[in-house]
Write a protein that binds this ligand. Sequence first.
Ligand SMILES: NC(=O)c1ccc[n+]([C@@H]2O[C@H](COP(=O)([O-])OP(=O)(O)OC[C@H]3O[C@@H](n4cnc5c(N)ncnc54)[C@H](O)[C@@H]3O)[C@@H](O)[C@H]2O)c1
Length: 266
Amino acid sequence: MVPTPCVVIERNTVRLQDKVAIVTGGGSGIGQASALLFAREGARVAVVDRDLAAAEATVVQIKEHGGEALAFGSDVGMPGTADADAAAVRAQWGRIDVLVCAAGFSCGGTVTTTSPEDWDAVFRTNVGGTWLWARAVIPQMQQQAGGSIVTFTSQLALAGGRNNSAYVAAKGAIMSLTRTMGLDYAADGIRVNAIAPGAIDTPMLARGFLRQADPTAARETSLKRHALGRFGRAEDIAASVLHLASDASAFTTGTTMVVDGGWLAG
Ligand SMILES: NC(=O)c1ccc[n+]([C@@H]2O[C@H](COP(=O)([O-])OP(=O)(O)OC[C@H]3O[C@@H](n4cnc5c(N)ncnc54)[C@H](O)[C@@H]3O)[C@@H](O)[C@H]2O)c1
């Protein structure tokens, strides 16, 4: 029998060789998966998380595989911390090519059941953390005449979502902020894009279901809405973050990439 000819698939070259990337929320879920993937793709990675031990655990994993990484235990919503951390990254590695703003959280609640304190906290982390980090890295990216910023919105900001008013509003604000930054910094060669994930199997998703009256039923209902028949994995989203971070998306800016397993189509 004649053997089937061997198809030679060229191995991808690493996509972030010699790049310096900062990933907020890099201690868990999507941020962690993105930081690990970036390191495998040749980047030096600064991992920022308000949970320093979690950030350090990501850094340990990167170093175990021969990568270079730094951990920062910072709250992205606190003015001054992004500037200080970005300065430390520049001092260590001399440049900043990629920023991923994955730090985020939700407290649940309708407009009438959300306290002013919770509303502020959700906006401070999600919107404020994205804004403060973008303004901390953009001057360096302007000096380098290029960079890529990836922000995190949600499919809920495109479709609406019940009992999650502050979060849905904050994610809508991030989508608009992303568009306007894409316009403002295009001439500097800086691209800014958002990712709108569907339900991704991370600690955040589990916490969201636990807030519902019947967590098991809430999980089942959400699962059924995904045409692909499963929740996303953090790695599914990291692959799209890598695409937006790398030159593979050189003609993409000011937009939102939906990665939701068919949730919005249903
Ligand atoms: N998981 C989903 O289903 C889903 C869906 C749509 C959008 N998103 C968005 O994706 C991003 C990542 O979510 P995830 O599911 O990986 O969540 P996660 O809870 O697993 O991880 C979030 C990380 O952010 C950190 N963090 C939270 N607030 C912070 C702050 N103020 N300063 C610094 N670090 C902070 C947490 O410590 C945690 O390590 C978030 O912006 C989230 O809103 C997630």
